[in-house]
Design a protein around this ligand. Structure first.
Ligand code: PFF
Length: 434
């Protein structure tokens, strides 16, 4: 449940729909689903397995396991790279988390009531164009995150998630039900599920793969930390499959709710990061009980973002505690400060620095590309090689303990050959080498 809480976050409800919109819909969705099934699930099993065997922060888990497998200590790079990726991701995740905070307030004060698509776009633009507001909400979200991390009371929040995530799921169903009344439900479904391969470029494939890693929290060692708490008797395979299924279902439901609203209100599917903040208010603004449901929805989205944000910074914090003997409070303070400052770059990407482009992209887009599309897949390749080639088959067979011999062989083929080759090909293709 805790790992599902970490996996389900802004990635599912905010990022998946807008990337799908930007990359033309269905073909992107198809590649995404294939990546989750063929790469995501075996990779998640590998990460949980390594974590359960190493039982430390990712850097130290790899040190222990590299020694056990008698290979170079250089493999610790997986842990370092992942730890860094987590902080980089959190720096922008927190800005978007801040948007959800602000939208709780908008919803609760009735701002959405009767709002049109155009009105919702204008509201959003006005909101992000104010740099002080962006910094303020980002700061508030960071404080919320670091408060939990500093006190080490994650378990309390994770228990609450057991009840709150099903509630979020329920509200998504309410949104989908609303979407069926817009008259554009079918068009939304067609957009999502009738593959149009002409829309598929190398970058779209890389983005779909990167999103699969991002959404499942793979390639950066977070899942290893969760793995380190998994009891011996638990089946790693069925846990991984169920996390991946719930995560994907939430993303698809978000898409099914949002695109009909987009088409019904003449909004732009390629709107980018603003997409859900322009569509969801329209839905709640026209629904009976929308004030209550809307507020509740953004509140639950905030909780989903909160649990993910904690898991993004935990590798860095535990690293400082384990290796540099810092207290949890101090470690949280330092990691939080650095991440918070870095977040300014994203907060300003929508206003002061909106015109500043490097490689044709804003600060936020560059950061997202670097982490989701390069660092996570790269971390994923290394984890697959480590788990598939360096860890002895005896170890992985015992740890995974899959009842059917066929199941274990399938995992081994996927992790040894399919994952490293497929991820490398997509990476190299997208950066123009292949
Ligand atoms: N999976 C989270 C989401 O979909 O929002 C984001 C995330 C959390 C990515 C934790 C990576 C991570 F380690």
């Amino acid at each position: 449940m805790a790992a599902t809480g970490a996996a389900v976050g802004l990635g599912n409800i905010w990022k998946f729909p807008y990337l799908t919109g930007e990359h033309g819909g269905s073909a992107f969705v198809l590649v995404y689903i294939v990546c989750v099934a063929a790469l995501g699930i075996p990779m998640m099993m590998a990460e949980v397995m390594l974590g359960r065997r190493g039982r430390q922060t990712p850097v130290n888990t790899l040190r222990t396991l590299a020694a056990e497998a008698k290979v170079s200590q250089g493999w610790q790079v997986i842990g370092w790279c992942g730890t860094l990726a987590g902080m980089l991701i959190l720096s922008y995740y927190s800005v978007i988390g801040g948007w959800t905070l602000a939208y709780i307030l908008y919803s609760a004060t009735g701002t959405f009531s009767g709002i049109t698509g155009e009105g919702a776009s204008a509201l959003f633009n006005q909101f992000v164009q104010n740099p002080a507001a962006q910094i303020g909400w980002h700061t508030a979200f960071m404080i919320m995150t670091m408060y939990i991390v500093a006190r080490g009371v994650q378990s309390g929040l994770e228990k609450a998630v057991q009840y709150l995530m099903p509630a979020l799921f329920g509200l998504l169903l309410v949104l989908v039900a609303y979407a069926t009344t817009t008259g554009y439900f079918w068009q939304g479904l067609t957009f999502l599920f009738t593959p149009d391969f002409s829309q598929l470029s190398g970058t779209s494939m890389l983005t779909a793969m990167g999103q699969a890693f991002f959404s499942l929290s793979l390639g950066m060692g977070t899942i290893m930390i969760y793995g380190s708490y998994v009891p011996k008797g638990t089946s790693i395979a069925s846990t991984s499959v169920s996390i991946a299924l719930s995560d994907t279902l939430v993303a698809l439901l978000a898409g099914m709710a949002i695109f009909p609203i987009v088409f019904a209100n003449g909004l732009e599917p390629r709107a980018g990061p603003s997409l859900i903040f322009e569509t969801i208010p329209v839905a709640f603004g026209h629904m009976t009980g929308g004030l209550l449901f809307g507020t509740l929805f953004f509140l639950l989205l905030l909780v989903a973002a909160w649990t993910s944000s904690i898991s993004l910074i935990e590798p860095a914090v535990t690293l400082l505690i384990e290796n540099y003997r810092m207290t949890r409070l101090r470690a949280a303070w330092w990691c939080g400060m650095v991440t918070w400052l870095l977040g300014f770059g994203t907060a300003f990407s929508f206003n002061l620095w909106a015109q500043v482009r490097v490689f044709g992209m804003t600060f936020f887009d560059n950061l997202d590309f670097l982490t989701s599309n390069l660092m996570l897949p790269f971390g994923g390749i290394l984890i697959a090689i480590f788990a598939g080639w360096l860890l002895s088959p005896d170890t992985s067979r015992t740890e995974l303990n899959i009842a059917s011999p066929w199941g274990y062989s399938l995992w081994r083929v996927l992790i040894r050959y399919v994952a490293p080759v497929a991820v490398s090909v997509v990476l190299l293709h997208a950066i123009g080498v292949l």
